[in-house]
Write a protein of this length. Sequence first.
Length: 248
Amino acid sequence: MKKMSNSKRGFTLTEILIVTAIVVIVSAAAFTGVAITLSRARETQKNLKENNGDNFENAARSEVDAINKDAADFAEIPSYKPKDSEATEESSEDENSDESTNGGGDVDPKTTPTPLPTNTPTPKPSETSATTTAHNNGGGSGTVTFSGQTVTRGTAGSGVMSIDQNQDGSTTIGLLYNQWNDGSVQVWKNNNGTYDIKGLNNGGNVIGNALNSTGVSFNWDPINNNERFTLTDAQVTALESVYGIEFN
């Protein structure tokens, strides 16, 4: 039976020299790269300082100010120079005014300003009056009245913002519903005692919300389309209770 031998073999001198040489070469290459990078950074910093690169914002502002400084010289500013004839007329007018002030000489009619004719605009019929005239079914003024205090937008609750009695017998009312919803409606009284209503500026909102809050049935179509329609007795009562108005 052979006896096992346990021999330990180390690195040879040649292997150690080769590894050392490789490490030296790699380290030299790394140090060379770092040196080149530092050199380029120093050169870039030097160029920035030489070209005022560290203060480029101030330099840019200076150049812009220098450009805008003479901007007005590019376009000549026109100045008015009176002609010889105008200058003569002005001097003669001054002389005449001096004479009239001092009480001497006649007043030149040329120097007396002539009032310009004024055109009186012809009033145009408003859109509301034209509409109400086309649908006027009779009735007198004060179709709807209001005896309380008017409110403004933002006031808590609901109420009347404005009320106007029209020449055709209808009433235009500005209404506020629930503090922020405001709009205008126009109401007519018919010969048979019924009432017609029409939304004007956001009027459908104040009509529909008021009727809806009281549980009264109604049709949204004429309200949304700002069409004139006849109120039922229940709808009249609902509007009176919500806004504190009175249909006469």
